[in-house]
Design a protein. Structure first.
Length: 156
């Protein structure tokens, strides 16, 4: 079952009223990066290597950014704390989809906290203004979880 916004808003710090939706919370852009070079992924994560991130936009310094077709990484401005009995899923806002762009995300595991990053695929050029609301995150209660997230992205 989805945990309603009146409860899930407590999993954040400093939300604006406009971010609180019917059953989830809108997430805002903080930074946008271009990827350079290749990544490496393996079974044990021993060889894991991320491509280089080139910052092209920062909501704290820039008014807006023009994005051409391509793939970008978006870091969210909102710090999330997922409770131990909860998971979260982020989806692109319908306005973003209607403009020809989308987001891809992974599961936010129980115990995850930080500012998540999502892959943005721009199919049609778009202008993004500082702190634009681009995603909505919803939280679900979990049973029989196998521990909490303790990976390298926790707290980032």
């Amino acid at each position: 079952m989805i945990i309603g916004a009146e409860t899930s808003k407590n999993f954040f710090n400093d939300l604006k009223e406009e971010q609180i939706q019917q059953c989830g919370v809108d997430l805002r852009v903080w930074k946008i990066f271009k990827l350079e070079g290749k990544g490496i992924i393996d079974f044990s994560n021993e060889k894991r290597e991320l491509p280089k991130y080139i910052e092209i936009f920062n909501s704290e310094k820039d008014e807006c950014v023009e994005l051409d077709r391509g793939v970008y990484v978006v870091k969210v401005a909102d710090y999330i704390k997922v409770p131990e009995n909860t998971a979260a899923f982020a989806y692109p806002r319908s306005s973003l989809l209607r403009m020809g762009s989308t987001l891809y995300s992974a599961v936010h595991d129980p115990g995850y906290e930080g500012r998540p990053e999502y892959l943005m695929h721009v199919f049609n050029p778009i202008t993004i203004y500082k702190y634009a609301r681009i995603a909505q995150i919803v939280f679900v209660e979990c049973k029989d979880v196998r521990g909490c997230y303790d990976g390298i992205y926790k707290g980032k």
